[in-house]
Design a protein around this ligand. Sequence first.
Ligand SMILES: [Zn+2]
Length: 157
Amino acid sequence: METKFIVDNNVGKLAKWLRIMGYDTIFFNAENDSKMIATALAEGRVILTRDTQIMKRRVVTSGQLKAILIKSDEPEQQTRQVIATLNLDCRYKPFTICLECNEPLLERTQQQVKDLVPPYVFQTQNQYVECPACHRIYWRGTHWQAMTRKLEKLIKG
Ligand SMILES: [Zn+2]
């Protein structure tokens, strides 16, 4: 089964790294734990939290719902903890999820994005994807490559 996450608002950068790898990751409002737990159960999501109270809930201690208590304040340490705990594949499905909206990205041809990307990008890149929600266009440029490299370095420690 696909690994999906629901995370605290205070681990936002961790969520971004999970989305970079291609893992479906949504946020919850910390003021409403019960709603978050209901969503996690309904959608089969692993909870990533810095809140020790959530870890004490019976639904978590009984093993019915998987939750990981994030130890570090530091996003890179947090990412490393999650990858190590769940043995995640950092090359899972890169470049498939909008980093802002968590929507699955749709492939676009060079012609389709002609007027939507800067001219130098249009001339040098030929693989594009678009977010159906925010309409942000992504391309496999240097930024993405740099993020993937940083991620791999992170995992190797
Ligand atoms: Zn988006």
